[in-house]
Ligand binder design. Structure first.
Ligand code: GLN
Length: 197
């Protein structure tokens, strides 16, 4: 069975576990770097990226997470997780993991829009997707090879760069599990092609 981890240091962990299980895959809450070894894909949840970064450093996750991505196994960052994956963050000198070829800006929908919902069309997933945004970042620019999957008010809110998937919103907070399905499919395809290589 396809095994998907959810980085369990902080944030919306249980909700992602539910959306993985609803899609018939196995979910693992990842608390220690050694748990990454036998996963087919990893979700970095929403929460608070600066807090998550502190915990990543404290528990020795930085290199193991980078190696996970470099091994070709898919990673999916949602909201704060998207910020962790990005190669560039507006106003910061250094990225966190820096694996996905995008520039993001934190808290970029403005105070008056702390949280809101919007119907999105997401390429390859759905054209009637109700997305929940909470103090959301947006993707300011997508680098070469990165495919834009969704926009909201002219801003990029979902993209894919090779085996890296990211979105500004919280797909795990609704009962619509179609993005988790899309990610599990990515993990299954990567598993098959890594097994053949
Ligand atoms: N604003 C948060 C951050 O910068 C992200 C918010 C979220 O994950 N809902 O990390």
């Amino acid at each position: 069975m396809t095994k998907i981890g959810v980085l369990g240091l902080q944030g919306a962990v249980r909700e992602h576990v539910r959306s993985i299980v609803e899609n018939g895959a196995e979910a693992v809450v990842v608390k220690w770097p050694e748990q990454l070894d036998d996963l087919d894909g990893l979700i970095l949840p929403g929460g608070e990226s600066t807090t998550m970064r502190r915990l990543i450093d404290r528990y020795g996750f930085m290199e193991p997470l980078r190696q996970f991505g470099e091994s070709g196994r898919p990673m999916f960052g949602t909201c704060a997780g998207l910020i962790l994956l990005a190669s560039d963050i507006v106003g910061y000198d250094e990225p966190h993991l820096g694996l996905m070829n995008i520039t993001v800006e934190r808290n970029s929908f403005g105070r008056q829009k702390e949280s809101f919902e919007a119907e999105l069309s997401i390429k390859g997933v759905a054209d009637d997707y109700n997305a929940v945004f909470i103090r959301a970042p947006h993707i300011v620019s997508a680098g070469e090879g990165t495919e834009v999957l969704a926009e909201c008010d002219g801003r990029i809110v979902a993209a894919r760069d090779r085996h890296y998937l990211g979105c500004s919103f919280h797909p795990e907070l609704t009962d619509d599990h179609r993005i988790a399905r899309y990610f599990i499919d990515m993990a299954e395809q990567a598993k098959a092609s890594l097994a053949n290589s």
